[in-house]
Design a protein around this ligand. Structure first.
Ligand SMILES: O=C(O)CCC(=O)C(=O)O
Ligand SMILES: [Fe+2]
Length: 429
């Protein structure tokens, strides 16, 4: 096979994972005379009768994202532990018939062994994560939980259509930022192709928690740098201090709620992010599923219970090699908390990197594209690409929820050199 074809094939596999065989991809590529964007359009149109499209993109819908603006959030209910939801809408887990602990998201042929249960003292030997219990002073953890239970009454549930029924995401979400003079701007925070208008300012208890978490994460990052074979961090990672300026908040009312398997969006974080995840309230299992890849380790499910006031640090390459989820679970697998009862709140602190945030390419819908890692293809493993975040644009004749076929490789080395040049310039200046 010619090199150009190889490259094109790799791009198609990066977009479609295993939805088409190699020969189908090559046939489509030949029909479109080697033009990758046009081949993507062709395959999307073949693959996607409307109902199918919804099904294939379902894990995206479960991933934290903005609520639809179709309906306003309902007014805060009386009890502070119940978040807003729109009466009458079913949660998407129910409609899919998701059973407790069901996480059948991967290729069944490569399902790996039985789930492995991890704890704080065993987790880092199995996955690129560390878990710390009692991370915050207990009073701060309880205060923050109370503050967030109140805030969560106005967090949003995403609404979308699944098998022609309107459903809600099985969790409520909001975004917070701590805007520093050179920090991220709320107005520019886009998610899933939509501008996120409701970015909130971190309340003081959240900032205080963030500071404790940053201390621990930086200490562990330095230790990992020192222990790495080169004694250095991977070149594509964030350089220097980990200063989280954005936070995604999620609330799960009870064991029936959760978030489906996903990889966090890398658009603002860049490749190989480190994410600090604080759990508050009810304790319940969190799941990491290693993605099977030819030439890589087989698929494998790992579970870990995340208790109140614990910090899970997801180091690289968690986002590149695993999907994570909070599966719907048995009520007996959830330990209620005296303040929040069955409700669990999670805060993921993240660093939005200027060099990524400020130069997101636009897709053909006119929306910022999404940055994703190649996860399954051995030849292009380690690379990243931008693609349409399934936004659509009525003005441009691209129906809402439709992928426009935009695809672009990220040149990580060029990005790193440009960032280094900028740093040097600021020293000279
Ligand atoms: O609730 C959790 O532990 C995970 C939340 C999550 O995956 C996310 O915010 O991306
Ligand atoms: Fe996530």
């Amino acid at each position: 096979m010619a090199d150009a074809n190889d490259e094109a094939l790799a791009q198609l596999i990066a977009v479609f994972d295993s939805q088409f065989s190699e020969s189908q991809l090559l046939a489509a590529l030949a029909r479109r005379r080697g033009n990758v964007a046009s081949t993507i359009d062709l395959l999307l149109s073949q693959q996607d009768p409307p109902a199918k499209r919804r099904r294939t993109a379902i894990s995206d819908f479960f991933a934290p994202g903005p609520a639809s603006t179709k309906k306003p959030a309902s007014p805060p209910p009386e009890s502070s532990v119940v978040q807003s939801s729109t009466a009458g809408l079913r949660n998407a887990f129910d409609l899919l018939g998701k059973k407790a602990d069901d996480d059948n998201d991967d290729d069944p042929a490569s399902s790996g062994g039985p789930p492995i249960w991890l704890k704080a003292d065993t987790i880092s030997s199995a996955v690129p994560c560390e878990l710390f219990t009692n991370i915050l002073p207990p009073d701060l953890a309880d205060t923050l939980l109370r503050v967030l239970l109140t805030e969560a009454t106005t967090w949003r549930r995403r609404e979308f259509v699944l098998f022609d029924r309107e459903v809600q995401s099985p969790h409520a979400t909001s975004f917070y930022e701590d805007r520093t003079p050179d920090g991220v701007s709320a107005a520019d925070y886009w998610y899933g192709g939509k501008r996120e208008k409701e970015v909130r300012t971190m309340p003081p208890a959240m900032r205080a928690a963030r500071d404790f978490i940053a201390l621990r994460v930086n200490e562990r990052m330095r230790a990992r740098d020192a222990a790495s074979p080169s004694g250095k961090r991977h070149f594509a990672e964030l350089r220097g201090e980990w200063r989280p300026n954005i936070c995604v908040a999620n609330s799960y009312r009870d064991h029936e709620e959760g978030v489906g398997p996903h990889i966090d969006k890398l658009t603002y974080l860049g490749p190989r992010p480190t994410i600090g995840s604080l759990s508050l309230g009810a304790a319940r299992p969190f799941r990491l599923r290693r993605i099977a890849r030819p030439g890589g380790a087989p698929a494998q499910t790992f579970n870990v219970v995340l208790p109140h006031n614990s910090l899970l640090i997801m180091f690289p390459p968690t986002q590149e090699e695993y999907r994570h989820s909070v599966p719907k679970c048995q009520s007996s697998s959830l330990s209620p908390h005296p303040i929040s009862h069955a409700t669990r709140i999670n805060l993921t602190f993240r660093v939005s990197r200027q060099e990524y945030q400020n130069s997101v390419p636009m897709c053909k819908c006119g929306n910022p594209a999404e940055l994703r890692p190649v996860v399954k293809q051995e030849k292009t493993f380690g690379r990243y690409f931008y693609m349409c975040g399934t936004g659509g644009s009525e003005a441009r004749g691209i129906p809402a929820g439709t992928n426009c076929g935009m695809f672009e490789w990220l040149d990580v080395k060029a990005k790193v050199s440009a960032a280094a040049r900028n740093e040097n310039e600021s020293y000279v200046w």
